[in-house]
Design a protein around this ligand. Structure first.
Ligand SMILES: Nc1ncnc2c1ncn2[C@@H]1O[C@H](COP(=O)(O)OP(=O)(O)OP(=O)(O)O)[C@@H](O)[C@H]1O
Ligand SMILES: O=C(O)c1ccc[n+]([C@@H]2O[C@H](COP(=O)([O-])O)[C@@H](O)[C@H]2O)c1
Length: 207
C-alpha cells in the first residue's frame, strides 16, 4: 500500500474519473480525505460523489431525506475544483445498486475510466451487492483503510481491486448523528458548512 502502481488496463490515456458512493448522512472528513488521497495517488482528473437514493441495506435505519444528504454533499465539496456531485442515484428512484450507478456513469462518460472508492467496511461486503461479479468489469475498485476495519481483497477478482492506506480518521456518520442528538459538537468532524446546514435543518435532533 502507499505509492500506487497505476492498474493495468487503466493506462489508456482516457480521462480518469473517481466515484465515491455513499449515504453521506452526513458527509464527513473521513469521506473527503479518502477521496482526496485516492485522487492524488491514482492521478484522477475528477472525483464524483454520488449520494445514494435509497440505500437498501440501511432500510432499518432512519435515513435523512435524499435532498438534505445531496445538499450537504454539495456544500462539503464545493470548494474543491476536482470534486463534483451527481444526483443519478437519487433521481433514478427505488433502491440504489452500484451496478446501476456504474452503468449510468459509463454511459455518461464514455471517454473515462472509472475508479470506485470504498472504505474497508464497504469493500468487505461487496460480494453481497447486486450483480457483484459484473461490478469489476465496469470500474477498478479502490479500497481504503478505515479505523476499526480490516482492509482485504480476499475473494475479490485479481487485478480488480487496489488497496490504499489513507490518513486514519475515526469518524463515522453514525457517530456524527449520535453526537448531534446528544448536543455534542461535530465541528471539525464535518465541514463548517455542513455543521451549519445540520443546525439550520435541525437534522438528527430526535434520534
Ligand atoms: N472514516 C472513514 N475512512 C475511510 N472511509 C470511510 C470513512 N467513513 C466512511 N468511509 C467510506 O465512505 C463510503 C460511504 O460511507 P457512508 O456514507 O456509509 O459513511 P459511514 O460513516 O460509514 O456511515 P454510517 O456510519 O451511517 O454507516 C463507504 O465506502 C465507507 O466505507
Ligand atoms: O449495489 C449494492 O447492492 C450496494 C449495497 C450496499 C452499498 N452499496 C454502495 O456502497 C456505497 C456505500 O454505501 P453505504 O450504504 O455504506 O453508505 C454506496 O455507493 C452504496 O450505493 C451498494
Amino acid at each position: 500500500m502507499g505509492e500506487q502502481e497505476v492498474p493495468a488496463g487503466a493506462r489508456s490515456g482516457k480521462r480518469r474519473l473517481g466515484v465515491m458512493g455513499g449515504t453521506f448522512d452526513p458527509i464527513h472528513h473521513g469521506h473527503l480525505v479518502a477521496a482526496s488521497e485516492v485522487a492524488a495517488l491514482f492521478h484522477l482528473d475528477e472525483v464524483v460523489f454520488v449520494p445514494t437514493g435509497q440505500p437498501w441495506q440501511k432500510t432499518h435505519k432512519n435515513v435523512s431525506p435524499a435532498e438534505d444528504r445531496y445538499l450537504m454533499t454539495v456544500i462539503a465539496t464545493a470548494s474543491n475544483p476536482q470534486f463534483s456531485v451527481s444526483r443519478i442515484d437519487i433521481d433514478r428512484g427505488g433502491p440504489t445498486y452500484t451496478i446501476d450507478t456504474l452503468r449510468e456513469l459509463r454511459t455518461l462518460n464514455d471517454d473515462a475510466d472509472l475508479f470506485f472508492i470504498t472504505g474497508a467496511d464497504a469493500l468487505s461486503q461487496i460480494l453481497g451487492w447486486r450483480d457483484a461479479e459484473e461490478l469489476f468489469s465496469l470500474a477498478h475498485f479502490i479500497g481504503v483503510t478505515r479505523p476499526g476495519h480490516d482492509l482485504t481483497d480476499d475473494g475479490l477478482p485479481e487485478g480488480g481491486v487496489s488497496l490504499v492506506e489513507v490518513p486514519a480518521l475515526a469518524i463515522s456518520s453514525t457517530d456524527c448523528r449520535a453526537r448531534v442528538a446528544q448536543g455534542d459538537p461535530v465541528w471539525y468532524l464535518v465541514p463548517d458548512g455542513v455543521v451549519r446546514y445540520i443546525d439550520k435543518r435541525q437534522l438528527y435532533r430526535g434520534e
